[in-house]
Design a protein around this ligand. Structure first.
Ligand SMILES: *[C@@H]1O[C@H](CO)[C@@H](O)[C@H](O)[C@H]1NC(C)=O
Ligand SMILES: *[C@@H]1O[C@H](CO)[C@@H](O)[C@H](O)[C@H]1NC(C)=O
Ligand SMILES: *[C@@H]1O[C@H](CO)[C@@H](O)[C@H](O)[C@H]1NC(C)=O
Ligand SMILES: *[C@@H]1O[C@H](CO)[C@@H](O)[C@H](O)[C@H]1NC(C)=O
Ligand SMILES: *[C@@H]1O[C@H](CO)[C@@H](O)[C@H](O)[C@H]1NC(C)=O
Ligand SMILES: *[C@@H]1O[C@H](CO)[C@@H](O)[C@H](O)[C@H]1NC(C)=O
Ligand SMILES: *[C@@H]1O[C@H](CO)[C@@H](O)[C@H](O)[C@H]1NC(C)=O
Ligand SMILES: *[C@@H]1O[C@H](CO)[C@@H](O)[C@H](O)[C@H]1NC(C)=O
Ligand SMILES: *[C@@H]1O[C@H](CO)[C@@H](O)[C@H](O)[C@H]1NC(C)=O
Length: 366
């Protein structure tokens, strides 16, 4: 058996009749060439009489990325070099070989951010559109350029939502973590961000977070990409502290058991545990008098079939499987003339919330 195998190998190396072997096998429009590489079957493409106008390009708009893919085999037959493709900014290179809808393609991926790799952005009241172009160079053999470069424009249009508004922002105040459901798989990328408007589509910029206008509200939105429709996003608790690590003696509970702790208009939970998004708002009064404030939120994916994802839980029911998100620091603008009274007001509101929580907690125990 062993000797048979070795003679076969010998045959393969010496014999001229043995065909090249490619793994995985080549596509229908390819041949396995003598370097054991799948290459375009140029005979096939030439028989079709195709030209540059027949080059296929596909755009995939996914999350915060857009991907442009161009068919490799026709381009190579037409003497282009798609592996050296660039975006409109010529240092954005690195085309990746891939198979898309049964075709061998080269793909370039770019973040949906204004200016990145030459992206341009246009916006109307409902959509934001990112545009760029891919430049496919002609093959350059012996200094002779066989074909001119091809440039193909492409774009991705997104509804302006809590999620997509973050792509438009310059430096939004946001943080990203991955949530798991335990058994069901998928991309659990989850983002918590701060917004300045109750539409949750105007992100707070990092340049603004330390000078929040007195009396303004902050809107916090969390959204997950987790695809399984059986799961919704739920925040169990949020609190604010003046320290970035969440420690320290001052700790103001904003949300407990999935519901607001305060009675007043300070904290409003608009949506929690009903969809892939959570929305709540906090009056910046809550932060005054504490210098800088950090927000901490514990969130998880909740199986909607449990029926409890949108309900308030008692303080004793603490979920184990939460992931902590934090944002900050937030600072409310200091206005000297009213400092005394404003601080007094916020102080008492905070004590009010704490007292309320404490009462709640005690009644739960009893
Ligand atoms: C591979 O090389 C052999 C001999 O050099 C040649 O006969 C054959 O046609 C080549 N095959 C391909 C697919 O280029
Ligand atoms: C096989 O195809 C690859 C990719 O097109 C090419 O780089 C290589 O030179 C080819 N080898 C032969 C022997 O034709
Ligand atoms: C390449 O295409 C030609 C024309 O369609 C076909 O006759 C030939 O069998 C193909 N070669 C391979 C290796 O598939
Ligand atoms: C290739 O492009 C030409 C236009 O240049 C068009 O007339 C023809 O239908 C295209 N062929 C295919 C197969 O798409
Ligand atoms: C976007 O692209 C980056 C790398 O360029 C990658 O890490 C990330 O997972 C991609 N996101 C999506 C949603 O495909
Ligand atoms: C490309 O060049 C620009 C300007 O020179 C630079 O800002 C950018 O970071 C570069 N991008 C990459 C992907 O190297
Ligand atoms: C906004 O732009 C999108 C994408 O280009 C377009 O489909 C939509 O009709 C435009 N809406 C308005 C109100 O102009
Ligand atoms: C084609 O693209 C290459 C870079 O890939 C560039 O150096 C060359 O100047 C371009 N040629 C034309 C005619 O635009
Ligand atoms: C975009 O908005 C339109 C109209 O509001 C809606 O019909 C569509 O489902 C939205 N698309 C996405 C991906 O949210």
């Amino acid at each position: 058996m062993l000797s048979l195998l070795s003679s076969l190998v010998l045959l393969a190396t010496v014999g001229t009749a043995v065909e090249a072997y490619c793994t995985p096998t080549c596509l229908a429009d390819e041949i396995c060439n003598n370097s054991s590489v799948c290459a375009a079957n140029t005979t096939y493409y030439q028989s079709l009489g195709l030209n540059v106008n027949n080059v296929s390009a596909a755009v995939t708009c996914k999350g915060a990325n857009m991907t442009i893919s161009v068919g490799k085999n026709l381009l190579e037959t037409l003497r282009y070099n798609p592996s050296a493709s660039t975006l409109s900014q010529s240092n954005c290179t690195g085309a990746v070989l891939d198979i898309l809808q049964g075709q061998r393609v080269y793909s370039l991926t770019v973040q949906t951010k204004d200016g990145v790799c030459g992206n341009t952005i246009t916006k109307n009241s409902t959509h934001v559109t990112f545009a760029n172009s891919i430049l496919i160079p002609g093959q350059n053999s012996n200094g002779i350029i066989a074909a001119g470069n091809i440039s193909i424009q492409f774009f991705c249009a997104y509804n302006i939502t809590m999620q997509t508004s973050l792509y438009i922002a310059y430096k939004p105040v946001m943080t990203t973590q991955t949530l798991n459901s335990g058994n069901s798989g998928g991309d659990g990328t989850t983002t918590l961000a701060a917004y300045t408007s109750p539409t949750y589509t105007v992100p707070l910029e990092q340049s603004q977070q330390q000078e929040l206008p007195v009396g303004s509200s902050l809107y916090f939105g969390m959204t997950t990409q987790f695809p399984d429709p059986a799961f919704v996003l739920r925040i169990d608790q949020c609190y604010a502290t003046p320290t970035s690590d969440g420690s320290g003696s001052i700790r103001v509970q904003l949300i407990q058991g999935g519901c607001p702790t305060g009675n007043g208009p300070n904290i409003q939970v608009v949506e929690n545990g009903v969809s892939k998004e959570v929305r709540f708002s906090v009056s910046s009064f809550s932060f005054q008098g504490y210098g800088s404030v950090y927000i901490f939120c514990d969130a998880r994916l909740c199986n909607a079939a449990s029926g409890s994802c949108s309900k308030c839980a008692s303080a004793r029911e603490v979920s184990q499987d939460t992931t902590q998100f934090s944002l900050g620091p937030f600072t409310v603008q200091d206005i000297d003339y009213s400092a005394g009274s404003q601080m007094g007001l916020s102080g008492s509101l905070l004590v009010g919330s704490l007292m309320c929580l404490l009462t709640h907690y005690i009644s739960d125990i009893m």
